[in-house]
Structure formats: C-alpha cells, structure tokens
Write a protein that binds this ligand. Sequence first.
Ligand code: UT7
Length: 367
Amino acid sequence: MMPYAHITGWGMAVPERVLTNLDLAAMIETDNEWIVSRTGISERRIAADGETSASLAAEAALKALEVARLKPANLDLIIVSTSSPEYIFPATACLVQDQIGATKAGAFDLSAACTGFIFALNMATQAIRAGSIHNALVIGSETLSRIVNWQDRGTCILFGDGAGAFVLQASEEPGGLISAVMRSDGSGGELLIIPGGGSRYPASEKTVREGLHYIQMNGREVFRFATRVMTQATEEALEKAKLKIEDVKLLIPHQANQRIIETAARNLEIPMERVVLNVGRYGNTSTASIPIATCEAIQDGRLTPGDRLVFVGFGAGLTWGAAVAIWTGSFPTKRRVRPARYRLLARLRSLLLRLVRRLEGLIWGNG
Ligand code: UT7
C-alpha cells in the first residue's frame, strides 16, 4: 500500500529585531497609516548581523525535529525553499544539513519564491508516497532584508525575515498531505524579479550601480494576479481532495498583504475566523510565511488532529499553488530528542570532517 505523508513536526524562527512602520517612516517617505491601510502590516523582523537564511532555517528545523521526536540522523531528505539563499551554490539546504548533523539526508534548495513551501511540501510528500524515503524536512527560510532596496518604498515596507519548518513522515494511516496543485506562468517573470547576480546579468560594478541586485516589483499587477490565483488554486486542490470549503477548518494563506487574503477569503466564501492572518506582525516573509502562520495557529490551539486545512500561495515566477492536508500532530510513541545536543555534535562533526579533508590534502597533495 502507498504510504501517506504526515506532518509530524513544526517549528519557526524569527529574528529578535523588530522594524515598525514608524521606524520606516523615519527612513523613507511613507507613513504608518498608508502601510497599514494598503497592506495590514505594522511591523516585520530583521535579521541580525550573524543571522542568515541557513541559521534561521536550522533553528526552525531543530524545533520541528524536537516536536516530531526525530533525530537529525534519521532524515532522508532536506528541502530548503528560499529566494535569499546564502550563496548561488552550495545549496542552503546543505548548510542546514551540516549544521543539524543530518548525516544521511540528501539536501537541495527549491526556487519557487513565495510559493516555494507548497511546492517543496508536495515534492517531499511525493517522495514519501512513492516509498523511496521515510522522513523529510521541509523548510522555508528568508533573509529578504538583505536583498530589498531600502530606498524603494514600494517594496521595502512589505518584506521581513524568518523561517518555518515541517517534518514529514511516512505512515500507513490515511492522512497528511492529500492533494496539491502547482502552477506557473513564466510570461509574468518580470513582474517580480531580482535581475542582477545571475548568469544573465552577472554581478558587476554596473549591476550594483543600477541596483539590479535588489527585488523589483510591479505591485499592482502582482496584486491582481494574486487575488485571482489564490481562489483558483484553493478550489482546484479541494476538488482533487474531494472536499468542499465548508470542510476546511483553517485556510493558511501566504502572508503577503491582508487585502489580498481578505479578497481571496471573500471569493472562497470562507469567514475570516477560519483564515490564519499574521502578516501584521511579520510582513511578507515569502516562502517562510505559511509554516510560520501554521506554527502560530498551533500555538493558539486552532488545529486538532483530524482537522482539514488548506495551504495556498503565490509569488514570483510567476508561481502559485495550494495543498490540502489532514492534520496529524506528532506521532506519540518515541522518546524525546534534544536539539541543542545535536547542534553541538553536528558542529564537532563538521570540524572533524574539515580537518580530515585538510590532512588528506597534505598527505595526497592538492593536485
Ligand atoms: O509575495 C508576493 C509579493 N508581492 C505582493 O504581494 C505585492 C502585491 N501588491 C501589493 O501589495 C500592493 O500593490 C502594494 C502594497 C505594493 C502597493 O499598494 P497599491 O495600492 O497597489 O499602491 P500603488 O503602487 O498603486 O501606489 C499608490 C500610491 C502611489 O502614489 P500616486 O502615484 O498615486 O501619487 C505611490 O507612489 O501610493 C504611493 N506609495 C506610497 N505611499 C506611501 C507607494 N508606496 C508607498 C509607501 N508609502 N510605502
């Protein structure tokens, strides 16, 4: 029988530093009233100097593993969805693999902007359902504050930093992720883009001077696209799962803009009490927003095992998608795991591997 992919662990990590709309108004020509009325955002988190997409991802991952009571060494797969990776390569997922000591996991990054977490969830689910793996870690992590143009009031007011992670595990029990839709339309690629730093416009003095390494967005067009596809994708995913919107306990949308979420909820005829909304406190954390919103919904006691929920998102690409899940909660059986211990062991292991590589280099030569 085909195993099911259950969400058995969850965790989030956000930087401590809060940047309020008032702080922004002291930096650029904007005001709290405009930002709140157009977006619903009051504040966002900004990564400290030492914090990166990998460090936030690792923190969220260890919390998710603790909830799932799963040792990092038992992971088969790590997918990090991010638009602010640490490097073009190596993948941020490999840095996370090293930081948490997931010694047997394959790790790769997935690039689908704000929709990335849904795509990554579906990929991990399909690997579990096909029987090729048992345990997967799916992370959405962003440090968008590093790639936003702080002079551009059309974008810099929107984004924030943070990470969220899910552990997915195989079980014969029906449940977990039961349907998903993934869509894209590259003809709208230029509507939300970082043009510089890739192979088309490699980083140069000119690309930096022209600000091509920053997020560029046509806000109005993205807004129109978003309200349309959020409804469409949710309906398609529900149809695939043979469910109706009345069956859904919680809709967990990508947190980009309160007005987009409210419009989608209205079109879907789901009351806002059944929609998770926390964009006001974190801004748009791109692919991290759905797992962060999920963690907060659990913390607030809004999900119990057996509940049906929908994740829905949209973003650059253009991409959009939705997934329907039956909430499981953590498998109750196993002993506690201690994340801090694994992090320390992982650091020692990483140092040792680097040392061995250096010694081998000395013995065998570098050529
Ligand atoms: O994860 C996907 C990420 N992207 C999105 O979800 C973005 C979707 N789009 C949006 O959320 C909205 O389009 C924005 C919030 C970005 C902008 O809201 P809008 O209602 O579409 O505003 P607008 O761009 O049409 O601008 C309206 C006015 C303009 O002034 P004029 O030309 O009418 O005089 C802007 O210059 O508001 C002005 N404006 C601002 N004023 C104060 C633009 N940004 C600001 C600002 N503060 N930060």
